[in-house]
Structures are given as C-alpha cells and as structure tokens.
Write a protein that binds this ligand. Structure first.
Ligand code: UD1
Ligand code: MG
Length: 403
C-alpha cells in the first residue's frame, strides 16, 4: 500500500482545520448581520450567538475534498493492488460527496426555516438516495456474516437483499438525527463528533493491514478532515460558546459517519461507536414518538441562583396521557430512570416528568452541575463508549467470529 495519498490527506486536513479555526469568527459576524442567531438558554444574559457555523467547517471539508478528488484513485492506481476498477471507487467518492453536499444544504435550510420534526427525519433519507443508488449500481455486498453459535441454523452468511438497503437508509436517518438530539450544552455536538471520528480513525488504522484495507483507507480520507475541521469549530463552540454549530453541522457530521459506515462496509462496528447516541435515542423514544409530550427544547434547566444546570421537566394533564404513556412513566419511576412528580391542583390532576435525555439522566443521578462539567461528563461517557466498542469489536468478536 502506498501511504503518500494518506499523508497528503492528513497534511491538507490539518491546514483545513486551521482555516476553519480562522474562518469561523469572520463568518459568524456575517451570520449575525443576517440575523441568524440563537439565545444561549443556559446563560444569564441575552447575548446573541451566531447560529449554523457548521456551514463553515462543512464547506471547508467539501472544498478540500474536491481539490483532492484524484488522490484516493491515485493511491489505488499506484498500489496496483486495488479490488475492482478505480473508477468504481471514484463513483463512490462522488456519491459520498453529493450526499454530504445535500446534508449541508438541508441542515442550513433547517437552521434558517426551523423545520418540523417529521421533515427532519425525512431529509437524510432523501439525501441518502444517490449514495444507495451508487451502492446498488456498483454491486455493493448485501450479505451479513453470522456469529458462530447461529451458524448451524443460518449458515455462514445471510443475504439480506432489499432489506440491506432499508438498513442503510435507516442508518443515515439515525446518524444524522442522533447527534442533533444529544445536544443543548456548549461544545457537545462538536465534542462527540471529535470523539467518534477519532475512534473510527483508530479503528481504520488498525484495519489498514487487513484484507479490507481499501475500505478503511477510504474511511480515513473522510474521518481525518472531519476531525480536523471539527476541532477548528469546537474551539469557538466550547464553553462559553461564541458560536452555535447548528443543525447544519449535526446533519453533515452524521452523514459523514453514515457514508463511511456504508461504503466502508463496517456499519455494525460504526454503530458501536454510537452507543451513547443509541441509548439517548431509545431513552428519548417515548417523547419523540409522542407517547409523552415533547417540548420544543428538552435541554437541562438553568438555575440562575446557583449558575448550575438541573433536570428540566415536561408537564402534561394526567387525562391526556395514553395508557402506554402511563406505563412508561410508572416503569421509569420505579427503575429510577425518570424523575416523576404526580400533582393535583384544585381543578386538574397533572404530572411533571424529567425530559428523557442522557443529559437529564446524568443530572438526575449525579446531581446538578455547571454547564462545562456536564459537557465534560457526557464526553467522558462517549470515550467510555468507544473503549467498550473496541472491547466488543476485538476480544469478544474473535470469540463469536473465530473461523
Ligand atoms: C434538539 C432537541 C432539543 C434541544 C435542542 C438543543 C430533541 C427532540 N430536540 O432540537 O430538545 O433543546 O436540540 O440543541 O431532542 N442551544 C443552547 N446551547 C447550546 C446549543 C443550543 O442554548 O449549547 C439552544 C440555542 O437557543 C440554539 C438552539 O438551542 O439557538 C438550537 O436548537 P435547534 O438545533 O434548532 O434544536 P433542534 O435540533 O430542533
Ligand atoms: Mg439542533
């Protein structure tokens, strides 16, 4: 394998990170002038914070990739050990960049127009279409390797066919929205992206000497610039945030992960690095699917007197909650997963429950903390998740997939 294209990519990525770091404050002024700003809900001031700065890191990522388009193909040609034709990899690269372009545009549209939730869910599925079509036309594999204990029943592989495309579409919808709903404290969206991108890059480096080296090289071409440009953005988004990354960034980063998972054929391993997001999504499901009321913002409540963050509550009339909603609240209350307060006013009975997010759960069990501490704790959970992911992927997977 020729390491030159990878070295070029790394060097240009570092440069792209530096350009992002310098460009963000300049573009932030223009976004403020264009009235694209938000209020920091966890601060005791009315400062206007420019929104959607993910457009800068995303655009720099794309420009860098456009400039380097010949590089991965070059590496393939030089190595003379490429599975298939280099043109196929070029088509896949262009499809990946198209999906990312779409997501950047749709994310920016969301930041400007504040789209409703059902549209937010549909957008990534639309942006994934060119990617999935390319996967079909380039005859991407649709088989899954079966773990040892199930092989007597199912065989070595299972061909999923069309179901595999449904799985890939759902992967795009999940990755893009998962980062967006684990958000609301300074530095969290960009911070979790840095940790996931670094974890995937480490995984790719380990696998670079295996049979599927080209897939992992392809993934590195995306993860290294994502890591560098996000670090440039994180500097300005870290507590106290001078800019917000916006849905533009969450969608773009999520799609970058989905793209490498799909085209690199390691979608399952990639999901292992999303463990906190998977938990947050499952935990949020009763609110996302309207079993329980879901307020516009579910971020922790800012306590002005102590300057710390505490669990935020949603409120509903007892009569308005479905049987299933009641069941969720009762189980959550018994298991200590949800803080529930049943209350009776003279004219109505109502219930207050802690919003179902990982941030609120951390506050519920470890007490109220300063915003920066909550970000650091959540990012520590992300790091622990990555350590667990590597443990599952290597020592444990060897037991199940030995032969
Ligand atoms: C998602 C969450 C919502 C959460 C919001 C915060 C769901 C279903 N939706 O909505 O509960 O409140 O993200 O990002 O889980 N903000 C801060 N501090 C930050 C980041 C954001 O105060 O560090 C506030 C700002 O007012 C900013 C706004 O959140 O303008 C951005 O919210 P937006 O990204 O539009 O919310 P959603 O993605 O729709
Ligand atoms: Mg958002």
């Amino acid at each position: 394998m020729d390491y030159l294209p990878l070295c070029v990519n790394v060097a240009v990525s570092v440069l792209a990170g530096f350009v992002t770091f310098r460009a963000v404050p300049a573009v932030a002024k223009k976004l403020l002038a264009a009235n694209l700003f938000g209020k920091d809900l966890n601060k005791d001031c009315d400062k206007r914070i420019p929104e959607a700065l993910g457009v800068v890191s995303g655009a720099i990522f794309l420009v860098m990739h456009f400039a380097l388009i010949p590089v991965p193909s070059l590496g393939c040609w030089l190595s003379k050990n490429c599975p298939g034709y280099p043109q196929i990899q070029l088509v896949q690269l262009l499809a990946a960049l198209l999906a990312l372009c779409c997501m950047l545009l749709l994310g920016f549209a969301d930041d400007v127009l504040n789209l409703p939730w059902r549209h937010k869910l549909a957008l990534p599925a639309v942006a994934a279409l060119p990617l999935l079509t390319t996967y079909l036309l380039t005859e991407g594999p649709t088989t899954v390797l079966i773990p040892e204990p199930l092989r007597p029943l199912l065989g070595l592989h299972v061909h999923l066919g069309a179901l595999y495309y449904v799985y890939m579409g759902l992967l795009c919808v999940f990755c893009t929205n998962a980062i967006n709903i684990l958000a609301g404290v300074n530095g969290l969206e960009a911070g979790q992206t840095v940790i996931i991108a670094a974890s995937i890059a480490i995984f790719n480096l380990i696998e670079l000497h295996g049979d599927a080296w080209y897939s992992h090289l392809f993934s590195l071409y995306f993860m290294v610039p994502l890591l560098c440009t996000t670090l440039g953005l994180l500097y300005h988004n870290w507590f106290p945030a001078n800019v917000f990354v916006g849905d533009t960034f969450c969608y773009f980063a999520g799609m970058a992960f989905a793209v490498v998972g799909i085209l690199g054929h390691f979608g399952k391993t990639m999901l292992l690095f999303f463990m906190p997001q998977l938990f947050n999504f499952a935990y949020s499901a009763p609110q996302l699917f309207h079993l329980l009321p879901c307020p516009r913002h579910r971020i922790p409540r800012f306590d002005r007197t102590s300057g710390k963050l505490d669990v935020s509550f949603a409120r509903a009339k007892v009569d308005d909650i479905s049987l299933l909603g009641h069941l969720v609240l009762r189980i959550g209350d018994c298991t200590g997963l949800i803080s529930v307060r049943w209350k009776v006013d003279p004219d109505e009975a109502y219930v207050e429950f802690g919003n179902l997010t990982l941030l609120n759960l951390l506050l519920l069990h470890f007490g109220r903390v300063h915003e920066r501490t909550l970000t650091l704790r959540t990012l520590s959970v992300q790091v622990l998740g990555s350590v667990l992911a590597f443990t599952i992927r290597y020592p444990l997977a060897r037991i199940f997939y030995e032969s």
